[in-house]
Write a new protein. Structure first.
Length: 209
């Protein structure tokens, strides 16, 4: 029987396989970078609809790989970061309250007023945290398939209430005379928090699913 020379055929197949493999590897290598850019662009586009787009993108772009192009993950991430900011701001107010409760000679009346204002502010901040928690809990129900529009409305209501409470926190500082440094510190941290909450509310308002 005449031997069949299959070497050329094998060589051809091998070359084709190597070429396809090489091409596939190049595509695979390029894909993560491409996906990453797409995910960041998704976050940037969403943030452009907020009141403070630069701040929005700066805080959320770090999480773009996890968010991907999922609007629910985007809003959930924004809410969790918002919650973290709310806790940090509340901690600042709480420390100032404890400081104001320490005896101070010669300025008792002013200190009492400051303590009462800080107490009210702290309560508003704690309410804000609870409302953000409720919003996060509500977000978890969005994938259930039932009454999605209603759940989105509920989330928006919770976040809107949190924003209102943050604004109410600083009202007392405008109405009464308190220590300038205390007023400056509280106003700064609460306003920073309010910009974050405002962005979160904008993202949720624009959520369509």
């Amino acid at each position: 029987m005449e031997a069949i020379n299959i070497s050329p055929f094998i060589c051809s197949i091998t070359l084709v396989f190597l070429f396809l493999t090489s091409t596939n590897i190049q595509k695979t290598a390029a894909t993560p970078s491409s996906y990453s850019q797409n995910h960041k662009m998704f976050v940037k586009t969403a943030c452009n609809s907020t009141t403070y787009p630069d701040k929005c993108y700066k805080s959320l772009s770090t999480y773009s790989t996890a968010i991907k192009s999922d609007p629910i993950k985007l809003c959930t991430t924004a809410l969790k970061l918002n919650m973290k900011s709310a806790k940090e701001a509340t901690s600042v107010v709480s420390k100032l309250l404890k400081k104001s409760q320490k005896p101070a000679t010669g300025r008792k009346s002013k200190v009492v007023t400051e303590t009462l204002i800080l107490k009210d502010c702290l309560e508003e901040m704690e309410d804000s945290i609870e409302e953000l928690k409720q919003a996060i809990t509500e977000m978890k129900t969005l994938r259930d398939g039932d009454s999605i529009a209603e759940h989105i409305t509920n989330v928006r209501t919770w976040v809107s209430s949190a924003l209102t409470d943050e604004g109410t926190c600083t009202d007392g500082f405008e109405e009464m005379k308190v220590n300038k440094e205390t007023k400056k510190t509280v106003t700064k941290v609460v306003q920073e928090l309010a910009t974050t909450t405002s962005n979160t509310l904008a993202l949720i308002t624009n959520l369509s699913y």
